[in-house]
Ligand binder design. Structure first.
Ligand code: TXD
Length: 319
């Protein structure tokens, strides 16, 4: 059976990391696409030379021509510009919306049957715009944010409780912005609700609030430290987990920016919700019971996403 084909649109910090992870895991052949000449080709050549050392067989190529993504099974989109210190994710909207138009056209023409994972920020708006521009079915276009935000939440919890990160199952819903909703009522450590373990361990509720706050600011914390860009190792790792769930028909329930129409009181919005990822793409959205506070926090988050969509529509009348 022929190898799967993974196309990475954007060969920057996340794109290169995606390629390395996908190659190490032998997920398939990899095409790195970018508008910058030489970058995708150079990174593809460098990554290929890891093969004899790491022991993976994967054809890794770089290109500036969308025709080379033809027939891709998975397309992961990081094309665009990242934040610099002092910038919000929303500040990227104008530039990255135009990029999504070009990327959407490229996917529509060359890889219409792919499962598309969008990473480009502002994520909830960019994944919606990418779906509109590409015309792919809603269940085949998803945004990566919740897996990353939940991993940040889980890391901070594991540090505070002094437990293995393997045992923390954290849930962050809503938009990928300062209004994201870490859902402590569905967060467990070895199946123990985190609020219960906090009481057992004598960890004050204020400490958990601090961790929720640090999770919300997790992206900005790294941008401030790096100064020249944003996080890329954990974002890439998160998108790879989503791609594996699709390619392996794993039926994982992951927090993803999926298209919600009816559930959670939403009609026609991409926002972070528990989504089942399998061979059909987004196969189901799980509508969990939320506390009143969590419901109102989710409303604030989805209202912020609607504002971004309105800004996108104002910039591009085809939306
Ligand atoms: O959780 C999340 N979703 C976020 C997303 C986590 C971290 C970073 N987030 C966003 O991902 C970030 O704000 C950016 O919008 C993207 C990509 O971040 P990355 O750090 O990989 O940015 P780079 O290193 O600048 O890479 C972007 C590449 C770069 O090589 C450009 O030449 C290329 O995108 N680029 C394009 N490729 C194709 N087509 C077009 N039009 C284009 N424009 C730029």
């Amino acid at each position: 059976m022929a190898r799967k084909k993974i196309a990475l649109i954007g060969a920057g910090m996340i794109g290169g990391t995606l390629a390395h992870l996908a190659a190490k895991k032998e997920m398939g052949d990899i095409v790195l696409f970018d508008i910058a000449e030489g970058i995708p080709q150079g990174k593809a050549l460098d990554l290929s030379q890891c093969g004899p050392i790491e022991g993976f067989d994967a054809r890794i190529t770089g290109t500036n021509d969308y025709k080379d993504i033809a027939g891709a099974d998975v397309v992961i989109v990081t094309a665009g510009v990242p934040r610099k210190p002092g910038m919000s994710r929303d500040d990227l909207l104008g530039i990255n919306l135009k990029v999504m138009k070009a990327v959407g056209d490229g996917i529509k023409a060359n890889a219409p049957d792919a499962f598309v994972i969008c990473i480009t920020n502002p994520l909830d708006a960019m994944v919606w715009a990418l779906r509109e521009f590409s015309g792919l079915p809603h269940e085949k276009v998803v945004g990566m944010a919740g897996v990353l935000d939940s991993a940040r939440f889980a890391t901070f919890l594991a540090w505070e409780f002094g437990v293995s990160v393997r045992d923390v199952n954290a849930f962050v819903l809503g938009g990928h912005g300062d209004t994201m909703v870490p859902v402590t009522s569905y967060t467990t450590i070895s199946g123990i609700p985190v609020n219960d373990l906090a009481k057992i361990r004598g960890i004050a509720p204020e400490k958990l609030d601090e961790i929720v706050k640090r999770t919300r600011g997790g992206g900005g914390e790294i941008v401030a430290l790096l100064k020249t860009g944003s996080a890329y190792y954990a974002p890439a790792t998160s998108a790879i987990a989503m791609a594996e769930a699709y390619l392996g028909d794993q039926k994982r329930i992951l927090p993803c920016a999926a298209y919600v129409d009816g559930k959670y009181g939403l009609d026609g919005l991409y926002v972070g919700v528990p989504a089942v990822i399998g061979a059909g793409g987004i196969e189901d959205i799980v509508e969990i019971e939320l506390s009143d506070e969590e419901k109102s926090n989710l409303k604030v988050s989805t209202d912020a996403v609607v504002e971004l969509l309105d800004a996108c529509k104002a910039m591009d009348e085809s939306l």
